[in-house]
Ligand binder design. Structure first.
Ligand code: AMP
Ligand code: ZN
Length: 134
């Protein structure tokens, strides 16, 4: 079946269609094609440990659907961004960093330092952090 260039190819999993971009690293992790240390798997959201952790807890929380950045995810509506943040909070509790505190970061675009073009929240905690960021 032909694919429209520039549009994500839908992938069906358990009767649900996900927005998937071929060659996207995090779409590959969400679909299980690329290995990762999974922390939590939900129907719409998945979380896994960052391969290059910057704190004792460094987890990436992503929607299974491909959105390029947090702005696009917010614009899509339907509560997915809130679910992502709620999932990060749940993981903070599980990791035991909710009392000591944590940082939730969406690096966005070139100046924001985003290197993977599938929206992801960094959940960082387990050590004190400085401000401003570099
Ligand atoms: P950003 O620079 O904000 O786009 O964050 C991308 C993050 O993805 C970085 O912290 C990387 O260490 C992390 N990362 C890259 N490849 C992998 C991978 N295969 N598994 C887990 N984390 C990854
Ligand atoms: Zn993707």
């Amino acid at each position: 079946m032909p694919r429209l260039i520039g549009r994500p190819a839908p992938q069906v999993t358990s009767g649900h269609y996900y927005r998937v971009v071929p060659d996207c690293l995090f779409c590959g992790i969400a679909s299980g094609q690329i290995p990762a240390t999974i922390v939590l798997e939900g129907k719409r959201v998945i979380a896994f440990r960052d391969i290059d952790p910057q704190a004792p807890t460094h987890v990436l929380v992503i929607p299974r659907d491909h959105f390029p950045n947090v702005g696009e995810l917010a614009a899509a509506g339907d509560g997915l961004l809130a679910e992502l943040v709620g999932t990060a909070r749940e993981i903070a509790v599980t990791e035991g960093i909710d009392d000591t505190g944590y940082r939730l970061v969406f690096n966005t675009g070139q100046d924001g330092g985003q290197t993977v073009g599938h929206v992801h929240a960094h959940l960082l905690g387990g050590r004190p952090m400085t401000w401003p960021p570099g």
